[in-house]
Design a protein around this ligand. Structure first.
Ligand code: AMP
Length: 433
């Protein structure tokens, strides 16, 4: 199938061809015609499937066919969980709309709102936003959602994980009820289905490549190792293998900082990316990693979610995630678009149970190796790391909104003055990630 048969305008086909895309990805083949027809969709797709073009191309086509009003109210809103994803979607929207008279803007927290407000004042057709900053500006009367025709919830599962349910509901309440809704989510949890039931209008279910296929394309390996020897082992693997571009996952922000410092001391260029870093530092770290001036990017799950790092050859789980689905998201950063990739996990005794859960989810036994001098500790306890020691159990995730102040320490926008009794507890939990 080619892009020509999807019913897209010449201006869009030209932009697509400028990006070098020749064939629409499975999610694009399925979603584009449905969105053009005006259907609501509930799509299961994660980063790397081409989902952004999947919703952006038909959205641009629809908006560019509409009448151009002089005042240009915001007609389409894309909500994303993180600043990085918002910036990335914005870049895609700009690239795909290059040959159209469509204006777009991106807003997120952590940076001065003034330039964002000025852009919106000039008139914007498509707004890409994180929920916190959007509500902030709306509360200040600086933007209106009353003319929204298309709403996209991108990585909706992660938005719920991050406690944005209440913000999402509030944002939706500010829009006209007659609109097209596109919900993208890597997983269809009970909560996602509930959200879909509440806000989508007879949605068509669209499923892209199942997660397991992504996993199959990636060579996975486990190194059993004593906890205290992990840093030495990762430095050895990177140096001996002469790995040039490695994305490393840690469970906590502090763990990311610590590991990053040790890498730098060992003469390996590294940057950390997590929710405590300023927006400027995050953008700089990612840019350095993409242009190969930084060899190692150490990230937490939330910060890494949605990052588009093409053809990443190595992903290392310095610690296993205690939510098995996060493992699939992490290793999905490699082996994309048909390229081969390697995903390595350093597993200590207390992560044995997490490994078992992950193997159950991906449906395979991951080959295990032990490196001489970096053996596992036979006397270490296999009791899993508990919540409160940097852990996060699925059963303890809640859809209750976090307080605004706790969210501020995380990866998205900020806003409001809501306070609740769990504030300090939540802040402690979120600050660890
Ligand atoms: P996404 O899943 O939207 O984050 O897209 C992942 C990557 O695939 C991005 O770098 C896109 O530029 C790229 N991409 C999107 N659609 C296509 C396509 N049809 N052919 C090749 N690459 C694509």
């Amino acid at each position: 199938m080619s892009f020509n048969s999807l019913g897209l305008s010449n201006a869009l086909l030209k932009a697509v061809s400028k990006q070098g895309y020749t064939t629409p990805s499975p999610i694009q083949q399925k979603a584009i015609p449905l969105i053009l027809e005006g259907k609501d969709i509930l799509a299961s797709a994660q980063t790397g499937t081409g989902k952004t073009a999947g919703f952006t191309l038909p959205m641009l086509q629809k908006l560019s066919q509409g009448q151009q009003l002089r005042l240009r109210p915001i007609k389409a809103l894309v909500l994303t969980p993180t600043r990085e994803l918002a910036a990335q979607v914005y870049n895609n929207v700009k690239a795909y709309s290059e040959f159209l008279d469509i204006r777009s803007a991106v807003i997120f927290g952590g940076v001065n709102q003034r330039p964002q407000v000025a852009t919106i004042r000039n008139g914007v057709d498509i707004l890409i936003a994180t929920p916190g900053r959007l509500i902030d500006l709306q509360n200040q009367g600086l933007l209106s959602l009353s003319k929204i025709e298309i709403l996209v919830l991108d990585e909706a599962d992660r938005m719920l994980d991050m406690g944005f349910l209440r913000d999402i509901k509030k944002i939706i309440s500010l829009m006209p009820t007659r609109r097209q809704n596109l919900l993208f989510s890597a997983t269809f949890s009970k909560e996602i289905k509930k959200l879909a039931n509440e806000f989508l209008h007879h949605p068509v279910l669209v499923e892209a490549t199942p997660e397991k296929l992504t996993v199959d394309a990636i060579e996975q390996k486990v190194y059993r190792v004593a906890k205290g020897l992990k840093t030495g082992l990762i430095i050895k693997l990177i140096s001996d293998g002469n790995w040039k571009q490695v994305l490393v996952f840690t469970r906590t922000k502090h763990g990311a900082n610590r590991l990053c410092k040790k890498m730098v001391s060992a003469g390996i260029s590294a940057s950390a990316i997590h929710g405590n870093k300023s927006q400027g530092a995050r953008t700089k770290a990612l840019a350095g990693f993409k242009n190969n001036s930084v060899r190692i990017l150490v990230a937490t799950d939330i910060a890494a979610r949605g990052l588009d790092i093409p053809l990443l050859p190595h992903v290392v789980n310095f610690e296993l995630p205690n939510i098995s689905e996060d493992y699939v998201h992490r290793i999905g950063r490699t082996g994309r678009a048909g390229a081969s990739g390697e995903a390595v996990s350093l597993v200590s005794a207390d992560e044995t149970e997490f490994l078992r859960d992950i193997e159950k989810l991906v449906g395979l036994e991951i080959p295990v190796e032990i490196v001489e001098g970096f053996e596992p500790d036979p006397n270490a306890s296999t009791k899993p790391i508990k919540q409160g020691q940097g852990g996060r159990r699925r059963s303890q995730k809640s859809n209750k909104p976090r307080s605004q102040s706790s969210r501020r320490s995380n990866d998205s926008g900020n806003s409001g003055n809501n306070r609740n009794a769990n504030r300090n507890k939540n802040r402690r939990r979120n600050n660890r990630r």
